[in-house]
Structures are given as C-alpha cells and as structure tokens.
Design a protein around this ligand. Structure first.
Ligand SMILES: Nc1nc2c(ncn2[C@@H]2O[C@H](COP(=O)(O)OP(=O)(O)OP(=O)(O)O)[C@@H](O)[C@H]2O)c(=O)[nH]1
Ligand code: SF4
Ligand SMILES: [Mg+2]
Length: 397
C-alpha cells in the first residue's frame, strides 16, 4: 500500500498502567506480534505507531504508549509526559484496565483529560479471563466498558463495534489518496455512454479526481476505447487504475497485471462502509437460484436510463449467472423496503451520498437478519473475472 497519510487515518491511542496489556491489545488488533509484550512493567518506553485496516472502522493508526503510572523516577515521568502528549493527537482513546490489577486516580485523570479535550474514550477491561480485583470492581461500578482478553484475542469484535459507534461523526477514510504518493499517476477509465449524465461526471468520479489532487497525485482520465493509447503515451506507469465497474471486463485485459486496478464503486464503498463484509457476501451469488429474491439498492435517486446499471445491467448479469428466474427489486434513495426478510442478497451502490455512519447502519440492518450485502463494483468484478484483482490494491485478497 502507498503512503500513509497520517491525518486520513483514525488515530486511536491506547493508554493504561504498566502491564495492563496495551501492547497485547495492539497485537490482538493486528493479528501480529508488532508490539513487544512482557510481564516486566514498563516494557513499552516510547510510543509505537502502527497503521492498520481496522474493520469496520477503516484505516486507523494504533498508538501504543508507555504506562501512565511510571512515575518512580525522572525518566519515568518523562515517559508519562510523552505518552500523555499523544492524547492531544488522538481521535479516540482506549483506556486499558487490568482486571486483576488496580484502577483509580491514574484512570480518572485520563478520563478527565479526554473529557476536557472532547476526545471520545472507551474503557477496556483487559485480562477478563482473570478474576476481577476489588479495586477494579469498585472503579468500574456504574461505568460503561468493554471486556476483552487481549492475550486470547477475545472481545475484539465487540471493541471494534464500540470504536465504530464512538468514532467522530465526520470521520471517513479517504477516497483513494492513502493508496498513492505525491507525483503518482492515477488513470481513470470513465465511459461517456448513455448512462453518463449529460455534460457532467458522476459523483464517485468527481470524488476520485479531487482526492488524487489532494494526495498530490496526477489525475488522468480516458474512455475505454482510448485506454491502450493512454497507456502507450505514458513514460511512467500509473500507480493505480480506476475504472467504472460497468466496463470491468472490457478494460481488465488491457491494464497490465503490475498496475493496481480497482473501480470507483469499490473505492466509494470502502470509504462509506465495511468493504470486507461486502467482499465476503459476494460469494452468495454462487448459491442463488431461480425464484430467489435480490434487492439492488442505490442510495440516491437519479434518473433511470435505458441501460441503467441497477435496473438493467446488474439484473441481466445476475440472471445470466444463475440461468434466469431471479426476482429482482430495486430501491433508490434513503429508504429500504419494509421487509428485507425475503431477500437472499442485497447489492448496494457506492453510497457516495451517504456518510459513513449511515452506510454502516444500512449494512448492520440486513446483517442482523443474516442477509448478505455486497456492492455493485465487488459483484461485477466477481461476475466478470476481475476478482480478487480489483480488491488487492485495498489490502483484501
Ligand atoms: N491473563 C492475561 N494476561 C494478559 C492479557 N493480556 C496481556 N496479558 C499479559 O500481561 C503482561 C503485560 O502485557 P503487555 O501487553 O506487555 O502490557 P503493556 O500494558 O503493554 O505493558 P507496558 O508496556 O509494560 O506498559 C504480559 O505478560 C501479557 O502476556 C490477558 O488478556 N489475559
Ligand atoms: S449514491 Fe450510489 S447511485 Fe447515487 S451516485 Fe453515489 S454511488 Fe451512484
Ligand atoms: Mg507495552
């Protein structure tokens, strides 16, 4: 993956006493041994930053800090000061408490700081596999907390859910600029056909264009029929190619394998929703059969055209795959149909008009009922043999 634009990632700082399990929590989140864990208090001396893809939150930076109770000597005090300075740079704080240890003034102070700076925080009760001490029991009384066991990676899903819930309203991952570095060329394949709005570009394309420039990149755009020519004319290979999903099968063979390649719809849903879940859900198409109901949902109501993607193209491609006979409904705008229970699969657009919180909620409703939801771009890449290639630039294989 390209440059990590630190400001584009949700900064989550992990605070707590020495030995509370802060570094263990980083490892549990990442599934790797990125931070040193030991039973010697004061193992982490300098803050360690780790950029990760934290689903369903999105791109995040985890910051492991030194214990806040390390106040025995000048060096310890210095470390505590440094740890605390990270609070100002945090979008969120996880306050880790060792269930078998102590809790009191140190924790109160961090919470008071978070409240003062208006940084959302979550109390994380770690080592919940051990008996809870009287001190911790007393301190937790009446508080909201998430119980985990970092050493066994249990409770991590509950914790990521809570992080999503508490993450600042306006926060969203970038459209694509975290995938490029300044000076990189991004080639956009934008067909101007009857489904393109007259005299304009569609919103996800405009978003991509702006984000390339915000990331210091160079935005190039062409129609599919000029793609080969565009590639031939470049002396520098594009760092990324982004296509309209509708022409995936047409352009995929033209784009060399060593150029990361994805679609506007996939990038848009990565920004607005939980892409990993949508990727998992796409395999449901292999189990669809005649008579099954599928919902195709767009989150804005634009005019339908003769060869509309939601009403004509996706239904045709799905029926081709299944051998016909699917019952396909479409919805447009903010509302879902009343009864989602009948659907075997929901296919959602890039949701560019929604905020991330709203899209995550739209995903959560069917998820509770066990109904898989995928995305236009993910589905088309799957049906047209561009899967998992179109997901690879986003760290999903
Ligand atoms: N039983 C149990 N032990 C844990 C758990 N999480 C961490 N530990 C143990 O607690 C000790 C401290 O873990 P660390 O992750 O190094 O703690 P830390 O908060 O980073 O500690 P410092 O860097 O010293 O401030 C290690 O021996 C871990 O194996 C847990 O969920 N259950
Ligand atoms: S909300 Fe959906 S249908 Fe409307 S422009 Fe954005 S991606 Fe397309
Ligand atoms: Mg540590």
């Amino acid at each position: 993956m390209g440059r990590v634009m630190v400001g584009d990632r949700l900064h989550i700082s992990i605070f707590g006493r020495r030995n509370a399990g802060k570094s263990s929590l980083i490892n549990a989140f990442t599934g790797q041994k990125v931070a040193i864990v030991s039973d010697v208090p004061g193992t982490t001396t300098d803050p360690v930053m780790k950029a990760i893809e934290l689903f369903p939150v999105g791109p995040a930076v985890l910051i492991d800090t030194a214990g806040i109770d390390d106040t025995n000597d000048a060096l310890g005090l210095e470390r505590v000061k440094k740890s605390r300075s990270y609070l100002d740079k945090s979008d969120m704080v996880l306050l880790v408490v060792d269930a078998s240890g102590e809790a009191g003034d140190f924790e109160d102070e961090i919470i008071a700081k978070c409240e003062e700076k208006q940084v959302p925080f979550i109390v994380v009760l770690n080592k919940s596999d051990l008996a809870v001490s009287e001190s911790v029991k007393k301190w937790l009384d009446g508080r909201e907390f998430v119980a985990i066991s970092a050493a066994n990676s249990s409770g991590i899903t509950d914790l990521t859910k809570k992080i999503t819930e508490k993450s600042p309203n306006e926060w969203e991952p970038p459209f694509l600029r975290d995938l490029i570095k300044p000076g990189d060329i991004v080639l956009m394949i934008t067909p101007i056909d009857s489904s393109a709005p007259k005299g304009r570009m569609i919103m996800p394309q405009v978003r991509a264009w702006r984000d390339i420039l915000d990331g210091g990149g160079i935005a190039l755009s062409c129609e599919p029929q000029n793609l080969q020519k565009a590639l031939d004319s470049l002396s520098t290979k594009p760092a990324l190619a982004v296509t309209d999903s509708q022409v995936f099968s047409k352009v995929a063979p033209i784009i060399p394998d060593d150029i990361p390649f994805t679609s506007f719809s996939i990038l848009s849903i990565r920004q607005k929703g939980n892409l990993a879940e949508m990727v998992k859900a796409v395999k449901t198409v292999d189990t669809l059969k005649a008579g099954d109901k599928v919902l195709i949902a767009e989150s804005c109501s634009h005019h339908s055209q003769d060869d509309d993607i939601a009403r004509v193209k996706i239904p045709k491609w799905l029926n081709d795959k299944v051998g016909g006979g699917l019952i396909i409904d479409t919805s447009a705008g903010r509302d879902y149909p009343e009864n989602l229970g009948d659907y075997k699969l929901i296919v959602h657009c890039g949701a560019c008009t929604l905020n991330r919180r709203e899209m995550l909620l739209r995903q959560a409703i069917p998820a509770e009922k066990g109904i898989p939801m995928t995305n236009f771009g993910v589905l088309i890449s799957y049906l047209h043999g561009v899967f998992p290639r179109a997901l690879k630039p986003l760290g999903i294989e």
